[in-house]
Design a binder for this molecule. Structure first.
Ligand code: BES
Ligand code: MN
Ligand code: ZN
Length: 498
C-alpha cells in the first residue's frame, strides 16, 4: 500500500504554512478564519474567486498558489454547496475529492479549517467523516508493481482546525479502525487468486487474533463430519481444500446473544463444469467480496472495541472444473438435511451459504444473521453498481439496513421474497434445485437461501455489483471497494451498542 496520510486535530487558527483549505457555502461565504484571511490577503483571494467565477458548488475547488499577504503557500477554497445537504455521506465524499486534489498538488502539509460559513459549530462527526474519505481515497493497490512511480506524492500530514478538536480526534480514532477494516477488505478483493486461496484467506481471519478476536478454523474434514455436503460439493473440483472461518468479537455482555455476519468466500469462480466464458473471467477473483466485507467488519469492530458481541463466518472455497468436480444432475445433502439437485455448477454461492447459514443459526442462536455475497449477475442487471440488493424476512432489520445505507453512502435496495418464487426452485428429484430459470435470478437465489435460515431474523445482501468497483468513485480508486464494512459498522453503531 502507498503512503498513508496522518491526521491531527487542533483549535481553529490561521494556517501559517503549507496548504490552507477553506470551506465556503453555495454563496461563497467564508467562516471567521476564512474572512480574516480574505482580508489579510488584501483582495488577492477575493479577486481569485471572482476571476475564476467560483460559486462554492459542492465539491468544486479553487487552488490559489502563493497568495499575496498570506503565510500559507497555497489556499485551496472548497465549495460545500448548500449547507443543509452537507451530511455524513457528503462529508465522506468531500474528503475523497479533497484527497484527490492534495495528491495532485503533492502537498506534504495541509491544514483544513473546519468552520461553517453560517457561524454554527462544525460537527466533529463530519470532521471524522472527511478524514475517513481522505484516508480511503489515498488507498492504492500497488503491491505487485515492481516499478515505482517516478514522482510519487508524499504522505500528507493533515491538520484539522476545529473548535471541538478533542471530540473530533476521538471520533476519528474509532473511524480509523473502520478505515483499516475497509482497507483489509479491499486488499483481499484485489489480491490475485493464485496467492489467495481458502487456506490463505483463513490465515487472514486467524490474524485477527491480534485484534483480540477469537478465531476458529474448520477444515474440510471438520465440515464433512458436520454434514456440509452443499459447501463441500462446490470445493471438490479444486486442488485447494475448503475452510470455514469463525471469528468472534466479545465486546458485549456475556449473556447477550451475538449478531452474526456470514460471507460468501469463493476465492475464484470459474463456474465449475458449467464453465463461464473466458472474457472477464479474471474478475471472479473478487467472488469473495462478501467474505472480505465480513472480515473487514470484524477487524473494524475489534479495532474500535465495539460494545457488542459479533460473529463473522466465512465460507471459503474455490469453484473449479476437474475430474473430481461436481456435475449438473448431482444431488447433495446439506447440513440441514435438505437435498439439492445441482442444475448449474455456476450457482455455487448459494450452496456455500446454505451450509454456512444453517451452521450459524444452529450453533449461535443469533439476534440476526446478515449474509453478504457476490451472488448473481441478475442483481447487477436490476440495480447496477449503485445499490446492493437487500432481501429479508424481517421488516425492522431491513429498515435499519436501508437507513445505515443512506448514512454511510453504501446503499441497499430491497427486493421481494415470497412463496410464489418457491415453485421456481422446487426439484423433480430432490428437495430443491440450485437455479430457478431465467427470470428473477436475484430473487430465486435469495429464496433458496431463505430455506436455510429457519426462523432467525435474516437479511441477504447481494453485493455482486458493489463489491468490485466498475468505476472510480470519490473514495475508491482501486478495484475492490470494501463495500459492506462501513454499512454494517454503521448498523451496529446506531442500533446494537450499549
Ligand atoms: N459469482 C457469480 C455472480 C457474479 C457475476 C458476481 C458477476 C459478480 C459479477 C455467481 O456465482 C454466478 O455465477 N451466478 C450465476 C447464477 C446462475 C448460474 C443461476 C449468474 O448470476 O449468472
Ligand atoms: Mn458462479
Ligand atoms: Zn460465484
Amino acid at each position: 500500500m502507498a503512503s498513508q496520510p496522518t491526521f491531527s486535530f487542533a483549535k481553529p487558527a490561521v494556517p501559517e504554512t503549507g496548504v490552507a483549505v477553506l470551506f465556503v457555502d453555495g454563496d461563497n461565504s467564508f467562516g471567521p478564519i476564512g474572512r480574516q484571511m480574505l482580508e489579510t490577503s488584501g483582495g488577492t483571494l477575493g479577486r481569485a474567486l471572482t476571476a475564476a467565477a467560483f460559486k462554492g458548488k459542492a465539491q468544486s475547488m479553487l487552488d490559489v498558489v502563493a497568495p499575496a499577504g498570506l503565510a500559507a503557500d497555497r489556499v485551496l477554497v472548497v465549495g460545500l454547496g448548500g449547507l443543509d445537504a452537507f451530511d455524513a455521506a457528503a462529508a465522506l465524499k468531500l474528503g475523497g475529492v479533497l484527497m484527490g486534489k492534495v495528491k495532485e498538488m503533492k502537498a506534504a502539509a495541509v491544514t483544513v479549517v473546519l468552520e461553517r460559513p453560517d457561524g454554527a459549530a462544525f460537527e466533529p462527526a463530519l470532521a471524522a467523516e472527511i478524514a475517513l474519505g481522505m484516508r480511503l481515497r489515498s488507498y492504492d493497490w500497488d503491491k505487485h508493481k515492481t516499478k515505482k512511480k517516478d514522482d510519487p506524492a508524499p504522505a500528507a500530514a493533515v491538520t484539522f482546525a476545529i473548535e471541538e478538536s478533542g471530540k473530533a480526534k476521538k471520533l476519528w480514532a474509532g473511524l480509523s479502525e473502520v478505515a483499516a477494516g475497509v482497507e483489509l477488505a479491499r486488499d483481499l478483493v484485489n489480491e490475485a487468486p493464485n496467492i489467495l486461496g481458502p487456506v490463505e484467506f483463513a490465515d487472514a481471519a486467524k490474524a485477527l487474533e491480534a485484534q483480540g478476536l477469537e478465531v476458529e478454523i474448520l477444515t474440510d474434514k471438520d465440515m464433512k463430519k458436520l454434514g456440509m455436503g452443499a459447501l463441500l460439493g462446490v470445493a471438490q473440483g479444486s486442488e485447494r481444500p475448503a475452510r470455514l472461518a469463525i471469528m468472534k468479537w466479545n465486546g458485549g455482555k456475556a449473556k447477550d446473544k451475538p449478531l452474526v455476519f456470514v460471507g460468501k468466500g469463493v476465492v475464484f469462480d470459474t463456474g465449475g463444469i458449467s464453465i463461464k466464458p473466458a472474457s472477464g473471467m479474471e474478475d471472479m477473483k473478487g467472488d469473495m467480496g462478501g467474505a472480505a466485507a465480513v472480515i473487514g467488519l470484524m477487524r473494524a469492530l475489534g479495532g474500535r472495541k465495539a460494545a457488542v458481541n459479533a460473529i463473522g463466518i466465512l465460507g471459503l472455497v474455490e469453484n473449479m472444473p476437474d475430474g473430481a468436480a461436481q456435475r449438473p444432475g448431482d444431488i447433495v445433502t446439506s447440513m440441514s438435511g435438505q437435498t439439492i439437485e445441482i442444475i448449474n455448477t455456476d450457482a455455487e454461492g448459494r450452496l456455500v451459504l446454505a451450509d454456512a447459514l444453517w451452521y450459524a443459526q444452529e450453533r449461535f442462536k443469533p439476534v440476526f444473521m446478515i449474509d453478504l455475497a457476490t451472488l448473481t449477475g441478475a442483481c447487477m442487471v436490476a440495480l447496477g453498481t449503485q445499490h446492493a440488493g437487500l432481501f429479508s424476512n424481517d421488516d425492522a432489520l431491513s429498515e435499519k439496513l436501508a437507513s445505515a445505507g443512506l448514512a454511510s453512502g453504501e446503499k441497499v435496495w430491497r427486493l421481494p421474497l415470497g412463496p410464489e418464487y418457491d415453485k421456481m426452485i422446487d426439484s423433480r428429484f430432490a428437495d430443491m434445485k440450485n437455479t430457478g430459470g431465467r427470470y428473477g435470478g436475484a430473487i430465486t437465489a435469495a429464496q433458496f437461501l431463505k430455506r436455510f435460515v429457519n426462523d432467525t431474523p435474516w437479511a441477504h445482501l447481494d453485493v455482486a455489483g458493489t463489491a468490485m468497483a466498475s468505476a472510480d468513485t470519490e473514495i475508491n480508486r482501486s478495484w475492490g471497494s470494501g463495500f459492506g464494512v462501513r454499512l454494517l459498522d454503521r448498523l451496529v453503531r446506531d442500533h446494537y451498542e450499549g
